[in-house]
Design a protein around this ligand. Structure first.
Ligand code: FMN
Length: 243
């Protein structure tokens, strides 16, 4: 098809045309003045490649492993909620795409498809993203279901004690978004290092901390959990893996 998008910028243009504005803003917007969102894009522009010449690039292998699982390239699907806003198949389609690209998918706690539907849709290696709820038994149930349906790791998001203020959504929903209200009523803002021990006590799956930004926190984590840890760096966040 002549008009088929060929890169992310063009997909973004199509999304803007076909999605209701509110949904587009949900996927595309950032918190506050969107300074971090803009800076994320600018940071990539500052990276210049200095290629070497006359090197055999006939066969390029970008594959790598994460927790022992092979990926075709060091690119994986980060957890993002509510894929059904964009497509009726939602996260099931995303999981199939991940499998087709031989990469890993992290299913968001805010998935709009059931854990079991995503699990049965394909053989993509899947991790499950968790927030800790004020009611610990809710988180414990989610962990059990992730284990039951073959998820290979729990990825705990630790940089969101409360959701960022998404001002585009605020404008439309006057009193702030439903998601923010849900988060403030259910998620536990008092989450701290002791709770990681609790999480470790209820699952034998590897635990990845998503959202360590300060190196001091990474060092602290490695001192606390001296037995078995690894750093992976994805974009700006450290993903810290605890066995
Ligand atoms: C629409 C949207 C929904 C997201 N939902 C989640 C989520 O449910 N859980 C989570 O841990 N991170 C969530 N994130 C954060 C992403 O996983 C990721 O950390 C963030 O977008 C930064 O990566 P990027 O610079 O590649 O966009 C979401 C991001 C976006 C844009």
């Amino acid at each position: 098809m002549e008009d088929e998008p060929v890169n992310i910028r063009e997909y973004e243009e199509v999304a803007k045309q076909v999605l209701p504005k509110m949904i587009f803003d949900f996927y595309n917007g950032g918190a506050g003045d969107e300074y971090t969102l803009r800076e994320n894009m600018e940071a990539y522009k500052r990276i210049m490649l200095r290629p070497r010449i006359l090197v055999d690039v006939g066969r390029i292998d970008m594959s790598t492993t994460l927790l022992g699982y092979k990926m075709q390239s060091p690119i994986m699907v980060a957890p993002t909620g509510m894929h059904k806003y964009a497509h009726p198949e939602g996260e099931v389609a995303t999981a199939r795409a991940a499998a087709a690209c031989n990469t890993l998918m992290v299913l968001s706690f805010g998935s709009s498809r059931k854990i079991e539907d995503v699990a049965s849709s394909c053989n993509a290696v899947r991790f499950y993203q968790l927030y800790v709820y004020q009611k610990r038994e809710v988180s414990a149930t989610l962990v059990r279901r992730a284990e039951e349906y073959g998820f290979k790791a729990i990825l705990l998001t630790v940089d969101t004690p409360s959701l960022g203020r998404r001002e585009k959504r605020h404008k439309k929903q006057k009193r702030g978004s439903d998601l923010e209200a849900f988060a403030s009523q259910t998620l536990d803002p008092s989450l701290c290092w002791n709770d990681i021990e609790w999480l470790r006590s209820i699952t034998s799956l590897p635990i990845i901390l998503k959202g360590i930004i300060s190196p001091e926190d990474g060092t602290f984590a490695s001192l606390l959990f001296i037995s078995g840890y690894q750093f992976y760096r994805f974009t700006k966040c450290f993903y810290f893996f605890l066995r």
